[in-house]
Design a protein around this ligand. Structure first.
Ligand code: COA
Length: 339
C-alpha cells in the first residue's frame, strides 16, 4: 500500500469527536400523516427511515454546545484549552451574533475566537479546512469545529419533495496542532479539497427571510422562508462533484480508492452514496451510512457520522478515512485522514 503523502498539511490532527441529536424521533409513518407520502416511497428513494427534531426552545447553539462538550471530553481537554471555535451552520440561532459566539458563552471557552461559516452541507469540511490554515500558520493551536443544524426551522411541512429529507443534530471535532515528537498522531489530516459553483445557487436555497427578501406576511404565506430544491438536478451535481472531490483528495494524499478503509460521505440520499461508491469502485461495506436514523442534517452529517464511526469501531487507528460533502451553493469539499 502506498504511504500517504504528509505534505502539504502534516501538522494538524483530529484528537476528539462528539455528537448530539435531539430526543424526538419523526418516522416516515409519522410524515405520511402530514403529507401524501409513504414509508415505502421515502425508504426506496432516499434510504431515510426516521429523523430527529429539536425540542421546543432547543436551538442550534444548544445542540452544538452539547456535541462540543462530548468532543472536548473525548479529546481529554477543557474549554479553556480551545483558542478557535468555528460553527458551520445554515440555521444559526439568529442573524447575529454568530452561533459560535453563543457556543463560546455556553462552554465558557473564554480563550477562543469564534465565528460561523455558511457553506450549507459542505460547511463542516469548509470549517475544518479553515481551522487547518489557522493552525498550520501558527496562529491558533486548538480548534473546536462544529457542524450544527436545526433544519426543522426551515422546512415547509406541506412540501413532500423536501420535508421528508431533513433533520436536526450536531457533531464536533477537536483539531490540534501536533508538536515535534508527535510522530504518529491520531486523526492526521493528509489533504483537503474545496470548491463551489455560484451559478447554481437557485437549485437549492431558502429564498426569503434574509436581506434580499425580508420577512413579510405575504412571503411567509408563500413559504419563501423555507427550503426550495430542484431534487433531480441537485442529485446529479452531488454525484459528479463528490466523485471529483474524492479523487482529488486521494490524489493529493498520494493514495488510490483501493487504499481507503472507510468513506464517510455527506448523508443526503442513499442512492447518491451508492452512485459514488460505484463510480469510485469502493465496496459498500467501506462506506459509512447512518442517514436511515437522522436524514440529512446538512453541516452536521459528517461530524455526527465520524463520531459514530469512531466510537463504534467502524474506523480504527491507522485507517485511511475519506470525508466528502456536497451542498447548496453549490459547494463541495473532501478531506483525507489517517485515523
Ligand atoms: C428529492 C429526491 C429524493 C426525489 O427523488 P426522485 O427520484 O428524483 O423523485 P422526483 O423528484 O423525480 O419525483 C418523482 C415523483 O415522486 C413524487 N414525490 C416526491 N416526493 C415524494 C414523497 N415524499 N412521497 C411520495 N411521492 C413523492 C413527485 O411528486 C413525483 O411525482 P410525479 O412523477 O407524479 O410528478 C431526489 O431527487 C434527491 O434525493 N435529490 C437530491 C436531494 C438532496 O440530496 N439534497 C441535498 C443535497 S446536499
Amino acid at each position: 500500500m502506498p504511504q500517504p503523502s504528509t505534505q502539504p498539511f502534516c501538522t494538524c490532527s483530529i484528537v476528539g469527536t462528539g455528537s448530539y441529536v435531539p430526543e424526538r424521533v419523526l418516522t416516515n409513518d409519522d410524515l405520511s400523516k402530514i403529507v401524501e407520502t409513504s414509508d415505502e416511497w421515502i425508504t426506496t428513494r432516499t434510504g431515510i427511515k426516521e429523523r430527529r427534531i429539536a425540542a421546543e426552545g432547543e436551538n442550534t447553539s444548544d445542540m452544538a454546545s452539547e456535541a462540543a462538550r462530548r468532543a472536548l471530553a473525548s479529546a481529554g481537554i477543557t474549554a479553556a484549552d480551545v483558542d478557535l471555535i468555528i460553527v458551520a451552520t445554515v440555521t444559526p440561532d439568529m442573524f447575529f451574533p454568530s452561533t459560535a459566539c453563543i457556543v463560546q458563552k455556553k462552554l465558557e471557552a473564554w480563550n477562543a475566537v469564534a465565528f460561523d461559516i455558511s457553506a450549507a452541507c459542505s460547511g463542516f469540511l469548509y470549517a475544518l479546512q479553515t481551522a487547518r490554515h489557522f493552525i498550520n500558520s501558527g496562529n491558533r493551536k486548538t480548534a473546536l469545529i462544529i457542524g450544527a443544524e436545526k433544519l426543522s426551522s426551515l422546512i415547509n411541512w406541506t412540501d413532500r419533495n423536501t420535508c421528508v429529507l431533513f433533520g436536526d443534530g450536531a457533531g464536533a471535532v477537536v483539531v490540534r496542532r501536533m508538536e515535534e515528537g508527535d510522530a504518529n498522531p491520531p486523526g492526521r489530516i493528509l489533504s483537503a479539497v474545496m470548491g463551489c459553483d455560484g451559478s447554481l445557487t437557485d437549485l437549492l436555497k431558502v429564498p426569503g427571510g434574509a436581506s434580499a427578501m425580508p420577512v413579510t406576511p405575504e412571503n411567509i404565506d408563500q413559504r419563501l422562508n423555507t427550503i426550495h430544491m430542484e431534487g433531480r438536478e441537485t442529485f446529479k451535481h452531488a454525484v459528479t462533484r463528490m466523485c471529483q472531490a474524492s479523487e482529488q483528495a486521494l490524489s493529493m494524499a498520494g493514495l488510490e480508492a483501493k487504499d481507503v478503509n472507510m468513506v464517510i460521505p455527506h448523508q443526503a440520499n442513499l442512492r447518491i452514496i451508492s452512485a459514488i461508491a460505484s463510480r469510485l469502485d469502493i465496496p459498500e461495506e467501506r462506506i459509512f451510512v447512518n442517514l436511515q436514523k437522522y436524514g440529512n442534517t446538512s453541516a452536521a452529517t459528517i461530524p455526527v457520522a465520524l463520531d459514530e464511526a469512531s466510537r463504534s469501531g467502524a474506523i480504527k487507528r491507522g485507517d485511511n478515512v475519506l470525508l466528502v460533502a456536497f451542498g447548496g451553493g453549490f459547494t463541495w469539499a473532501s478531506t483525507m485522514l489517517t485515523w
